[in-house]
Ligand binder design. Structure first.
Ligand SMILES: [Zn+2]
Length: 73
C-alpha cells in the first residue's frame, strides 16, 4: 500500500499496545500500524459477542485500563 519505510512504534505505544485488552471479552490485539497522519493504531479484535461491538459499552474503559493498570510480570 505505502512505499514509506516501515517504522517501529515508539516505546510508549508498544507498552500501550501490549497492555490494551477489552474489559468485556477475551480480545486479542492485531498488528500495530501507522496511518497517513503518522498516528499509531493497534486493532483490538473483539469476540463476536462482545457488547463493545454493537456500541452497548464504551471503549473508553479499555484505553484507560491499558494506560493505568500496573505492569504484570
Ligand atoms: Zn470486546
Amino acid at each position: 500500500m505505502s512505499n514509506r519505510p516501515k517504522l517501529t512504534p515508539p516505546p510508549e505505544f508498544r507498552r500501550y499496545a501490549k497492555r490494551v485488552r477489552c474489559t468485556d471479552c477475551n480480545s486479542e490485539t492485531g498488528r500495530p500500524r501507522r496511518d497517513e497522519h503518522g498516528i499509531w493504531h493497534v486493532p483490538l479484535l473483539h469476540d463476536p459477542w462482545c457488547p463493545v461491538l454493537n456500541g452497548q459499552v464504551s471503549t473508553l474503559d479499555i484505553h484507560t485500563h491499558a494506560l493505568t493498570r500496573k505492569e504484570t510480570a
